[in-house]
Design a protein around this ligand. Structure first.
Ligand code: GUN
Length: 275
């Protein structure tokens, strides 16, 4: 079993981005909006801000109270849409219940939607046209590329069908001409679906739900889950019993750092497209 080292791949990507940023006359700018004080979200936003500084981006971290009105949040996005220093806008999800996340996402200018969640960018992904693509699935594709394994025709099972990961992940794999099955936490006989999976992407958010003996020998296992369990972080896959996989991503140090490095990659693309 070989480890796909997300920290190392992400560092290489950040170094590549930093080299491209140096000769630019203006630093690419990313604005990250955090509503409320969810501790996990605050940690992610802090990592994004730190990564921006490392590669030489201009970064704005905008904290808003959890009781912000819908209109005030939309006004903030409109301000950033019109701010020439800003190439990418990200609103950290989830949002408090009184806010309409879809409306918030649709208000972000599609050319600044570095999360790739706007319907225009999701539509382009669906049609395999160039556009800003969701960071986690795009980062997973970069990680898969490092294994050197050809995806064409392979059986891929994506477990989880969220807008942020599962759905765009399935589309990325389909665009790479793989054979894709999308499962979710309610799938009947999930182990049966996994039996023939050459590539498994787990993104259900349930600690160790996928047992090692469900994984086919020689499979590639990508674990997107980040679950807090007894004061440590575990994935959706039971890492310790999946030793017969050919490749596996650890948690932490797997997909997480790649999501953030890919956000930087998208911000640089948004900068170049806007120029
Ligand atoms: N919450 C969890 N993952 C993400 C992500 O990729 N982008 C945003 N905006 N919020 C998230």
């Amino acid at each position: 079993m070989k480890i796909i080292n997300g920290n190392k791949i992400a560092q290489a990507l950040r170094n590549k981005i930093a080299t491209k940023v140096k000769p630019l006359e203006r630093a690419p700018g990313l604005a990250v909006i955090l509503v409320g004080d969810d501790p996990a979200s605050a940690v992610y936003v802090h990592h994004k801000d730190k990564a921006c500084k490392e590669v030489g981006f201009y970064s704005e971290k905008i904290n808003k109270p959890s009781d912000i009105t819908q209109q005030a949040l939309l006004d903030e996005i409109t301000r950033l849409n019109n701010d020439d220093k800003i190439d990418g806008i990200l609103v950290q999800l989830p949002l408090p219940d009184h806010l309409d996340a879809s409306l918030v996402i649709e208000t972000i200018a599609p050319e600044k939607d570095v999360d790739g969640f706007h319907s225009e960018n999701i539509g382009k992904l669906m049609q395999n046209q160039p556009g800003l693509r969701p960071c986690t699935p795009k980062g997973v594709m970069s990680m898969l590329a490092t294994t050197g394994v050809d995806l064409v025709g392979k059986n891929c099972v994506v477990v989880g069908a969220s807008n942020i990961v599962g759905r765009p992940m399935a589309m990325e794999l389909l665009n790479a001409r793989a054979t894709v099955t999308i499962c979710n936490s309610k799938t009947i006989n999930l182990s049966g679906k996994l039996k023939n999976a050459d590539i498994v992407v787990a993104a259900v958010g349930r600690p160790k739900m996928i047992q090692g003996d469900w994984i086919k020998s020689g499979a590639i296992v990508i674990d997107v889950g980040i679950n807090r369990l007894e004061d440590k972080l575990v994935g959706d896959v039971d890492f310790d019993t999946a030793t017969h996989a050919a490749w596996i991503t650890p948690v932490p140090g797997g997909v997480g750092p790649m999501t953030i490095a890919t956000l930087l990659e998208n911000t640089l693309i948004a900068y170049q497209n806007r120029k």
